[in-house]
Design a protein around this ligand. Structure first.
Ligand code: ARG
Length: 278
């Protein structure tokens, strides 16, 4: 029986979508001929940020840079484990300047940063659950980055292979509901994973929440949990019902404008785990 959900205070980094648009296509959700509304994106993003603050979390922001429309997806900006920052190294040239921009933010704020040598897209593909890091590969993050981050953090890294281009980052296919060691809970969409990775997830998390097709299709798994409160896309109704049944509290937040770029709540949220080295 899973433990009763409990929230813990989180520390997030976000980036206002001031310069948001879809001007290139690097995932199947993006259509550069479609109208995007940066003002609407900012309003939805502001509700997301205020939701985190209302739940008692600390949100810091990084200044958006003109010409980097995907910078709003802060989860891709780095991975922070025990206060140590492993930088992102983006696959596509359009996003490559974001890696150094996020790394500079952390360095300027007193964090020790490790500049990645291998292509990886931060927390989009690297998620902490208990003592392990789950790491996605297949579309964006190189398998070799899993070894690099294992070396840098000293954590066990579990590689998971993504096979559906719609779920190109791990955080589009799997949500960490409880990251506390000993009470780990995740939700995921099985068809997004290779057979071997699905077997690995079943072995590690036999009680996982299994998301439906409609949960996945609105990027409902791109959810942010503090251990109790789960900020999630309003369309993920099956997921919300399962969360409620387990004692979690779903908080639907509409990020539909940001879905046009292929992201949801979690994509906009980089969790700063641990405190910086004094
Ligand atoms: N347009 C962005 C890209 O394709 C979306 C990133 C979404 N972020 C995420 N953590 N899944 O890179």
């Amino acid at each position: 029986m899973a433990a009763t959900p409990q929230s813990t205070r989180r520390h997030y980094l976000m980036c206002e979508p001031t310069h948001y648009t879809v001007s290139y296509e690097i995932n199947p959700w993006m259509d550069s001929t479609r109208y995007t509304d940066a003002d609407l994106a900012v309003r939805q993003w502001t509700v997301l940020k205020e939701t985190f603050e209302r739940l008692g979390h600390t949100v810091e922001t990084i200044d958006p840079i003109p010409g980097l429309p995907d910078m709003v997806y802060a989860a891709n900006g780095a991975t922070v484990v025990d206060g140590l920052v492993y930088s992102a190294k983006f696959r596509y040239p359009e996003r490559q300047p974001e890696g150094p921009a996020y790394e500079k933010w952390f360095a300027d704020h007193g964090y020790v940063t490790h500049t990645a040598e291998v292509v990886n897209e931060g927390e989009g593909d690297i998620l902490g659950v208990g003592d392990v890091l789950l790491a996605g590969t297949g579309f964006r993050t190189d398998r070799a980055a899993h070894d690099e981050i294992a070396r840098v953090t000293g954590r066990e890294v579990v590689s998971l292979e993504l096979v559906d281009a719609h779920y190109y980052h791990l955080d589009t296919a799997l949500a960490v509901l409880d990251s506390t060691a000993g009470r780990e809970q995740v939700a995921y969409f099985p068809p997004a994973f290779s057979d071997a990775s699905r077997a690995e997830l079943e072995r590690r998390y036999p009680d996982a929440v299994i998301a439906s097709e409609r949960d996945a299709a609105c990027l409902g798994l791109n959810a942010v949990s503090d251990g109790l409160n789960v900020v999630v896309a309003p369309g993920a109704v099956d997921l919300a019902a399962q969360l409620t049944a387990r004692g979690f509290v779903p908080h639907p937040v509409d990020t539909s404008e940001l879905l046009k770029g292929g992201g949801g709540a979690k994509c906009c949220t980089l969790e700063i785990r641990g405190t910086r080295t004094p």
